[in-house]
Design a protein around this ligand. Structure first.
Ligand code: UDP
Length: 388
């Protein structure tokens, strides 16, 4: 199967990491990116053919209105022309992000190639302006042969926003357990984790890890507020960068840490590619999104690293974690409850370890990359068969 994959981002977010795992399965595929960056480098390291189709990121954001959309037409038209030309050599266009859908939809109309949209979002007003939501649903309904949602919550949001239910399918993100902490890899990761703890001067500290780009809705500020209520030997480590122009939030986080006198208890490590040893270094992983998480790769990754995870009780997290069984769920935005759950976890460490073990077993079983690839492959075959 020859597939033209499209993604708007040059940066590495969850949607891009998930796409890479799918693209690697198709040796004849081309990955078209709308921006230069780390994603291209990582894809090339993984022997994926990549073409950067635009050298300036499209300025429209999820929350932008029609006007911003219109002002980006100058950038969109040449991009659509390039994608249309390329798509003649492929059986299918696979749009992995909203802007890729916009470009892919027009290209699919011109080249008469089927279009698949992989929805890694919750189409709610928390995340999108109503204009953009209408646009994405309208384009999907009109041009896509299939919409693959990343969770039940994401699929439901598509249908509630007016998406045609018969277009939708749900496929969870998949992972290779051996990339995390299984019996074979555990020793290596433990050694690296030990070195990391020492290099950060965090021996004998209780470390809460937070792995996410810095963005207000990812709720790093909630963990900082909770930390102020935790025992003084508790440390928070934030892994992730302000990827999408959210530098003002990063400054606010630093100011919050200053204000609460937590400077020696908070570490900001920026974007890292050694997530697994860093997770292994932590005692607990916190996920604190204040709006529904479409899926939440970091939650599954923490479980695969056999770590107790405390996640915000909304969206995809509800489908991953069974509270008190395979992790804990706390109300989104509730720093007090998060602090209480961290206390509980420390006070009942045997229970926490049992929960982490169960979480790991469930994650291995439910979020297996081989199954994810098979499901996507079958769906794509159906699309191509229906067309021909
Ligand atoms: N991640 C990473 N380096 C970082 C922070 C995060 O590689 O410094 C990865 C993380 O391990 C996860 C992904 O980025 O695989 C984030 O995916 P998630 O679904 O949690 O959030 P999204 O970015 O899609 O909102």
């Amino acid at each position: 199967m020859n597939i033209l994959f499209l993604d708007q981002s040059g940066k590495l977010g969850g949607a891009e990491l998930a796409l890479l795992d799918v693209v690697k399965d198709y040796p004849n595929a081309l990955l078209g990116l709308f921006e230069e960056g780390r994603f291209r480098e990582l894809a090339e390291q993984n022997h994926v053919s990549v073409k950067v189709l635009s050298h300036q990121a499209i300025a429209v954001r999820k929350e932008s209105g029609w006007l911003a959309g219109l002002s980006s037409l100058g950038q969109l038209i040449p991009l659509v022309a390039k994608v249309t030309r390329l798509s003649h050599d492929y059986d299918l266009i696979y749009a992995n992000t909203p802007k890729a859908l916009v470009v892919g939809a027009i290209a699919s109309l011109m080249s008469r190639r089927p279009l698949v949209f992989h929805l890694h979002d919750i189409l709610s007003l928390d995340h999108f302006s109503s204009a953009n939501r209408r646009l994405l649903v309208g384009l999907s309904n009109q041009f896509a042969s299939l919409v693959i949602a990343v969770s039940q919550a994401s699929l439901k949001s598509f249908i509630e926003a007016g998406g045609r239910a018969e277009l939708g399918a749900m496929v969870y993100g998949g992972f290779q357990p051996e990339d995390y902490c299984d019996d074979r890899s555990s020793q290596t990761f433990q050694t690296k984790a030990h070195q990391l703890r020492a290099s950060l001067g965090l021996q004998n500290r209780f470390i809460i890890g937070h792995f996410s780009r810095l963005s207000p809705w990812k709720g790093q500020h909630i963990l900082i507020d909770a930390l102020a209520q935790c025992l003084p030997d508790t440390i928070a480590v934030f892994v992730g960068d302000a990827l999408f122009g959210e530098q003002a939030y990063e400054q606010e986080l630093h100011a919050q840490v200053d204000r609460l006198g937590l400077n020696d208890r908070v570490h900001f490590l920026g974007f890292r590619s050694d997530v697994v040893p860093l997770m292994t270094m932590c005692d607990v992983i916190a996920h604190t999104s204040t709006a529904a998480e479409p899926f939440g790769r970091v939650i599954v990754e923490a479980m695969l690293c056999e770590k107790p995870v405390i996640a915000a009780q909304e969206g995809g997290a509800l489908e991953i974690v069974e509270s008190g069984v395979s992790g804990w769920l706390v109300p989104p935005g509730d720093a007090d409850q998060l602090a209480k759950t961290i206390h509980h976890c420390r006070d009942h460490w045997e229970e926490a370890l049992a929960i982490a073990k169960r979480g790991q077993e469930q994650a291995k079983r439910r979020f297996d990359l081989t199954a994810t690839r098979q499901q996507i492959h079958q769906l794509l075959e159906q699309v191509i068969r229906a067309r021909s």
